[in-house]
Write a protein that binds this ligand. Structure first.
Ligand SMILES: [Zn+2]
Length: 160
């Protein structure tokens, strides 16, 4: 069975950056299950997997536009320290949920000055070329319920 829209696909993947540092991997854990054609995974990887079948190995480089997007400078903001009322020590690398015009957004602290805190709401992998090394483990038809929900159920997928 080939990978196409409305198929559930199980993959083992390793994601590296251009310096060959591993950013994420399913190897040694359960394979990831996703519903093909619905944007469950980044567009560049979804495109590369179309037409593949169980047992196939796929190596692909995904540009930021087809990955987690370009860096959006508007998501990097300077916030007054006073806005972090109740947090005693604000340090670089701390993560918060921030209320923005787009709604709740996870942000990471990238700099701290006496008066202000710089937070960045971009995806950690934004602006990066992603190298995926993927093995297709299984391809099956999605159930009616999975298509309705827009994601895979069971092992490696949503458990509910
Ligand atoms: Zn569901």
């Amino acid at each position: 069975m080939q990978i196409a829209d409305n198929k559930i696909v199980l993959i083992h993947y390793t994601l590296s950056n251009l310096d060959d540092e591993v950013m994420d991997s399913s190897v040694g854990a359960e394979p990831l299950a996703y519903l093909h054609g619905t944007g469950n995974i980044v567009p560049g990887l979804e495109k590369a997997l179309a037409g593949k079948k169980a047992g196939d190995q796929v190596k692909v480089e995904v540009s930021p536009e087809e990955g987690y997007g370009e860096l959006n400078p508007e998501l990097i903001q300077e916030v007054e320290r006073a806005a972090f009322d109740g947090v005693d020590d604000i340090e670089v690398g701390m993560r918060f949920m921030a209320q923005t015009s787009w709604g709740q957004q996870p942000v990471v602290v990238t700099a701290v000055t006496e008066e202000n805190v710089i937070v960045d709401g971009n995806h950690p992998l934004a602006d990066q070329t992603l190298k995926f090394d993927v093995e297709v483990v299984e391809v099956r038809d999605a159930t009616a319920e999975e298509m309705e929900h827009g994601h895979a159920h069971g092992d490696g997928g949503h458990q509910h």
